[in-house]
Write a protein that binds this ligand. Structure first.
Ligand code: ADP
Ligand code: MG
Length: 474
């Protein structure tokens, strides 16, 4: 790399090659949404710097597409280059990108080996440190983990283990449904230990990988190396241990690894989709090991936690500006935080790609596309208004309009009452859906219909009929 601007030209050439290869590997929508705006601003023997147009794109690339980009770059250069993503809101290539500061540990995917490690009890070599850095996802930290009643205990247990590895709860066993933060907590422990206890070897492994490596080791006669790899770590993070069920040889091997680590006070953290005692074909010895430490669960988050997660992912500014959209998403995506994130990302991306305003209607459409018709149809303002319109024979415009004709007013009030009872919407939020009225109108309507339901059979029946139609999809 002689001339000063050579890395810039290299970068442009390299990216032209890679862009084409990437374009061939993803569909057109994905290409347009996530890749089209990328420019390469620097490429040398060690790293490639890619300028991306927004932090949203950066996050998505990091969470979904980095492996693909890495592979394409490796194909083009024959090297494993570190990839650094930089958000650049101006059209990237037009600015002189020189000179770049040396990448900081936080900004690159391959931090340099920690200095303290070299003096520590255990001396990692370069490649080990890199391997270690790759196995723990640096985005999944405790800071990025939002707590609420559904995960507070698991979070506290994970923190405690991270702060005093091998000394508090060993093993820590975290279980719960899909997309509720188990893997995130596992990496958070890994990141914390790596950052605060230099020289400790941290290893994260999904149990399928453990299985594959085990099988490979047997096939290639390298079981001693395999055993060493796992028995030398100070912190072993095993994800989704349910995949070990029914695989006896693997369980046996893991049992010995477990014992060896445990006896020397090395920390083990395990996640699974179920509690240890509900495995049917798990080695009893392993089951009792799993139960010998602390067990913690993660549950689906409540509405408030879902909103807090969305706010934290969207960023403060977007969260304030589009609180109605976030509320809508939080209201409708309930069981799975991965889906919650996915919904937010899609809605934001949709608005930015098509230059549309971010509105609840847009969110409604995108979510409908995302989750399709298999999902029970979310109860949206539109569903309620349409059902009201068809039950009472008015147009939605009339229901949201200003006319005070008697039967129309009653229909509107019943609709507000039902709205209040089948959704978590606040009075002001409901008032907005009915053409931007004052929220006291809604309060009045809800009170009035509650009273009338006790006095008039007809009102009672209409309320029930409307609720039934809404819950069956409008
Ligand atoms: P699991 O391993 O339980 O299936 P993950 O840990 O992969 O779930 O979580 C799915 C996604 O949701 C990840 O992107 C993760 O960062 C995010 N997530 C889960 N729980 C939280 C939380 N409490 N705060 C912020 N993000 C979370
Ligand atoms: Mg997981």
């Amino acid at each position: 790399m002689g001339e000063a601007n050579e890395p810039v030209e290299n970068a442009e050439r390299l990216w032209m090659l890679c862009a084409e290869a990437l374009h061939n590997q993803v569909n057109e929508a994905t290409w347009k949404t996530w890749f089209d705006g990328i420019r390469a601003s620097w490429a040398d023997d060690e790293q490639v710097v890619l300028s991306v147009p927004s932090s949203l794109v950066k996050e998505r690339l990091e969470s979904r597409y980095l492996t693909l980009v890495r592979e394409v770059l490796a194909d083009a250069t024959g090297k494993q280059l570190a990839i650094r993503l930089v958000v650049d809101t101006d059209a990237a290539g037009e600015q002189p990108p020189l000179p770049l500061p040396p990448p900081s540990a936080a900004a690159t995917e391959k931090p340099p080996p920690p200095a303290a490690a070299r003096q520590g009890q255990w001396e990692p070599d370069q490649s080990r440190a890199a391997e270690q850095a790759l196995s723990v996802d640096t985005d999944y930290t405790f800071d990025a983990f939002v707590t609420g009643p559904s995960n507070r205990f698991a979070h506290a247990a994970a923190r405690s283990v991270a702060e005093t590895p091998g000394k508090s709860y060993n093993p820590l066993y975290i279980h719960g449904g899909v997309g509720l933060g188990k893997t995130h907590l596992l990496h958070a422990i890994g990141n914390y230990v790596r950052d605060n206890f230099r020289g400790r070897l941290v290893r994260y492994v999904p149990s399928e990988t453990f299985l594959n490596e085990f099988v490979d080791a047997i096939r290639t006669n390298t079981t001693p190396a395999f055993k060493r790899r796992y028995r030398e770590c100070h912190l072993l993070l095993v994800d989704d241990v349910q995949f070990m069920e029914g695989k006896e040889g693997l369980q046996e091997e893991f049992f010995h690894t477990f014992n060896e680590l445990h006896q020397t006070s090395r920390q083990i953290v395990i996640t699974s989709d179920r509690p240890p005692n509900s495995f049917t074909t798990l080695d009893d010895r392993l089951r009792s090991r799993f139960m010998s430490g602390l067990t913690a669960t993660v549950q689906p988050p409540d509405l408030e936690t879902r909103l807090a997660i969305l706010r934290s992912k969207a960023g403060e500014e977007a969260a304030t500006k589009h609180s109605d959209v976030l509320e809508y998403i939080a209201d409708n995506v309930k069981d799975n935080i991965r889906q919650l994130e996915g919904a937010l990302t899609q809605v934001l991306a949709h608005a930015s790609v098509y230059g549309q305003h971010l509105t609840v209607e847009l969110a409604e459409e995108v979510l409908f596309d995302l989750f399709g018709t298999n999902q029970p149809r979310p109860i949206t303002p539109r569903v309620i208004l349409d059902a009201t319109a068809s039950l009472f024979g008015f147009a939605v415009e009339d229901i949201c309009g200003t006319s005070r004709r008697r039967p129309l007013v009653t229909a509107r009030q019943i609709s507000m009452y039902v709205f209040r009872h089948v959704t978590d919407y606040s009075y002001p939020a409901i008032a907005r859906e009915f053409g931007g009225r004052d929220h006291t109108t809604v309060i009045h309507a809800v009170e009035k219909i509650s009273t009338l339901m006790k006095e008039k059979r007809q009102i009672y029946d209409q309320v029930n009929e409307l609720m039934a139609r809404i819950s069956s999809g409008g």
